[in-house]
Write a protein that binds this ligand. Structure first.
Ligand code: NOJ
Length: 554
């Protein structure tokens, strides 16, 4: 058993098997197709893959409505194909994370069906029931505007059941010892098949008290320790990456004061303020969010991300800030969702402006944490707003200029491939970009490579360096006698940034540029003067005669 903290300096790549690569021409991506693309991912330099749900499911919520936790949806292959894939990852030194969706099942899951049919079934207590419509039935909706209620009457069960999400996703009673035992069994099953951990779905709801009489749900944090203990007993280097969009003051309750709960969490506070910073060219709220989320146990880690498969949730910004982001990146009503977010992909939000895309990904790669990249972002894929809700940003991967972007040799991809406009596959595809040394794909590969060589970011402590421009973020990371300084100009105008030599603390009076030959030397007055172009960014290692290399061994 190894207790390796590999996730502290990793590059995670999230993909959906369904949308990645179809090997048999039926229009649905599958494991054998994904297997053929493993060397592509290896070449890109990702160190971990996060697979979105691939278990059997009616797929009314992108697979987050599971009917069998111990299998692979036959459209994607078999358990045998999964194991081949897991082995392929292992051979290449790539870690595999999978979604763990245990807040709820599909209403088609045999447990729920049995629970409805037979009130004496042991499965009845696996779900959350009420005889009468609860008073809180219209509150706590996660998908306002689409979801109608959090309680629905089932004709067969002759009772109301609770569902935090859509009505076809009945909540499991996660407080039940039987349900908890089953959750551990599910984790054990996939660990045995070679995964290195789980992206745990909807964690605050998993641990919330559930029931008709519950007012403001109280979190049962002890459950998180139970999950972690089990995971580490079975597999010392496996992790849980929690999806928990909570206020920073709750972070430590999720990580655990002794680092005994979640290993990783997505940093939603930084995500939202980062988009505000990009929209308003103003970094103050971002810095505030970075400071507010600074504290975490040594072994814990943030997941830094830009866009994911859901809407970009801006619910925690002030109304004014949210309006600024909407104005800049989603001015039309159709681009917004659930009254709080944006459903577009990043490239169209930034109008395909390469300078801004590089700026955004450079920021993502250098914020405190481990970057989590979404499939297609490496080539700047767009969205299809004619598709409902969040599906607009879940279209198939664009591999080549061949029909359907090379995703399928069949005629009918389940989800249409984007074929029109500036983001259509004839223009945006992997084959074209891999031949072009200046493409976004090749830039991404270089930035991933460099990020892996800068463990100071994943492991170190950060300091915000004072600069006198509100659109510039300058951050220094220190770790084991090494220091790295990253500077980003979020503004549209060029400017000169002055960094005080004292703050930089550079013994050799030189900042080594990690991405080009353009190093920076301190002036007579000990100040560094750095000229930044519009949306410009710099990664420097402080001092060190050995050029790119770190000063001490790690
Ligand atoms: C969070 C997932 O990210 C989202 O896609 C899903 O709809 C809900 N959880 C429900 O599982």
């Amino acid at each position: 058993m190894i207790n390796d903290l590999w996730y502290k300096n990793a590059i995670i790549y999230c993909l959906s098997v369904e949308a990645y690569m179809d090997s048999n021409g039926d229009g649905v991506g599958d494991f054998p197709g994904l297997m053929r693309r493993l060397d592509y991912l290896h070449g890109l330099g990702v160190t971990a893959i996060w697979l979105m749900p691939f278990q059997p499911s009616p797929r009314r919520d992108g697979g987050y409505d599971i009917t069998d936790y111990y299998n692979v949806d036959p459209r994607y292959g078999t358990l045998g194909d999964f194991v081949e894939f897991a082995h392929g990852c292992k051979q290449r030194g790539i870690r595999l994370l999978i979604d763990l969706v245990v807040n709820h099942t599909s209403d088609q899951h045999p447990w729920f069906q049995e629970a409805c049919r037979n009130p004496d079934s042991p499965y009845r207590d696996w779900y959350v029931w009420a005889d009468k419509k609860p008073k809180n039935a219209n509150s706590g909706l996660v998908f306002p505007g689409v979801q109608k209620s959090t309680w629905t009457y089932d004709e067969v069960a002759k009772a109301w059941y609770f569902h935090r999400f859509y009505e076809f996703q009945p909540d499991l009673d996660t407080a039940s010892p039987h349900v908890q035992a089953e959750i551990l069994k599910i984790m054990g099953f996939w660990l045995q098949l070679g995964v290195s951990g789980f992206r745990m779905d909807a964690v605050p709801f998993v641990i919330a008290e559930k029931g008709a009489k519950t007012g403001k749900p109280v979190e049962q944090y002890g459950m998180l320790r139970t999950f972690r203990e089990f995971l580490q007993w079975r597999c010392g280097d496996a992790i849980i990456l929690a999806e928990a969009n909570v206020l920073p003051e709750s972070d430590m309750s999720y990580f655990g004061d002794d680092g005994d709960r979640m290993h990783m969490m997505f940093n939603f506070a930084v995500n939202q303020t980062l988009f505000y910073a990009l929209a308003a060219a103003e970094v103050k709220p971002l810095v505030k969010a970075m400071e507010a989320t600074r504290t975490r146990p040594q072994t814990a880690q943030w997941g830094s991300f830009l866009r994911n498969h859901d809407e970009l949730d801006l619910g925690r910004l002030t109304q004014k800030q949210r309006e600024t982001v909407f104005q800049a990146f989603a001015p039309e009503a159709d681009m917004q969702l659930y009254g709080r977010g944006i459903r577009r992909r990043l490239a169209p939000m930034l109008q395909g402006d390469r300078r801004r895309l590089e700026l955004a990904y450079s920021l993502m790669a250098t914020l405190p944490g481990t970057p989590v990249l979404r499939y297609g972002d490496e080539i700047g894929m767009g969205d299809d707003l004619s598709l409902p809700e969040r599906n607009c940003a879940r279209t198939p991967m664009q591999w080549s200029p061949e029909p359907h972007g090379g995703f399928t040799a069949g005629d009918t991809p389940t989800m249409p491939v984007i074929d029109q406009g500036p983001y259509g596959y004839p223009h945006v595809n992997v084959a074209a970009q891999r031949r072009d040394p200046d493409s976004l794909l090749n830039w991404m590969e270089r930035i991933i490579r460099m990020r892996k060589e800068v463990p100071e970011i994943g492991w170190g402590e950060f300091t915000i360096l004072p600069v006198d421009a509100s659109c510039v973020l300058a951050v220094r990371y220190d770790w084991r006698n090494n220091a790295v300084i990253v500077i980003h100009n979020l503004g549209a105008a060029p400017l000169e940034v002055r960094l005080d030599g004292g703050a930089v603390g550079d013994v050799k009076h030189v900042l080594i540029n990690l991405l080009s030959e353009d190093h920076s030397h301190a002036g007579e007055d000990g100040q560094y003067r750095i000229l930044l172009e519009p949306y410009g960014y710099r990664w420097y290692r402080a001092g060190g005669l050995d050029y790119l290399l770190r000063r001490t061994e790690i």
